[in-house]
Design a protein around this ligand. Structure first.
Ligand code: ADP
Ligand code: NI
Length: 217
């Protein structure tokens, strides 16, 4: 099967599987991560098929909604790739990337590294910052019934991912606890450059936010 045909079939599978997914990880999130990964890879020159498959399949099953089972995403992705008769080394590589991008991996229990992983992980992190990142944060905050901002509630940096989910902190706090820290986690040169732009956009946004909060500007 030609590479483009493989990618088209994967897009169809992911769209169908994610129909009805929550807004943070719906098909449009996947599409943005896929496009961003291709933008990054135009200069990184990692393997295009691996990058495409991993970007498209990285959120196919969220462990949050599967009793914390980190293996379900790689398993579903693996079964799909097997149905396309892809080479075992391709299937395994894509599964490793998906496993590594998950929550447990961020705690350091998985130690796989590859150039393709860096490209896709940068693309996924880029979707949490900039204009889209701001929109996603306030969508999440609204869903959780959070206030936009409360000057009396302090920011906590480097909070664990589980802790974020359990706080009732205002959405603005999330910028300081996570979003403004992502720029320094980028691995690829193109990812770093894009992250810097989106980071600066968020800083400008926060500046304007506080001015308006104080009835100025
Ligand atoms: P990821 O796909 O990176 O694992 P999450 O499931 O943690 O992301 O979050 C999905 C989206 O919701 C991201 O854009 C993230 O910034 C946002 N989000 C997560 N936690 C919070 C929070 N406490 N406040 C505001 N936004 C949040
Ligand atoms: Ni994602």
């Amino acid at each position: 099967m030609q590479e483009q045909e493989i990618i088209q079939q994967t897009i169809a599978f992911v769209k169908q599987t994610l129909a009805g997914a929550e807004a943070g990880h719906d098909w449009f999130h996947i599409e943005r991560v896929y496009k961003t990964a291709l933008t990054i890879n135009a200069s990184e020159k990692a393997d295009n098929l691996i990058v495409s498959l991993a970007a498209l399949l990285h959120d196919i099953a969220d462990s949050k909604f599967n009793n914390g089972d980190e293996t379900i995403g790689p398993r579903i992705a693996g079964e799909f790739m097997q149905s396309l008769n892809l080479a075992p080394e391709i299937i395994e590589h894509v599964q490793q990337i998906i496993l590594n991008m998950s929550y447990k991996a961020s705690l350091g229990t998985v130690t796989f590294h590859s150039h393709e992983l860096e490209v896709v992980q940068d693309a996924d992190r880029l979707d949490a910052i900039g204009a889209i990142g701001i929109a996603r944060a306030f969508t999440y905050g609204g869903f959780k019934n959070r206030v936009l901002y409360d000057p009396a509630i302090p920011f906590v940096e480097n909070m664990s991912k589980e802790a974020y989910k359990n706080t009732t902190a205002p959405t603005i706090n999330h910028f300081y606890e996570k979003l403004l820290l992502l720029k320094d986690l980028m691995k690829t040169a193109a990812g770093k450059a894009m992250a810097q732009q989106r980071h600066d956009f968020m800083l400008n946004y926060l500046d304007q936010f506080y001015k308006e909060w104080d009835g100025k500007s």
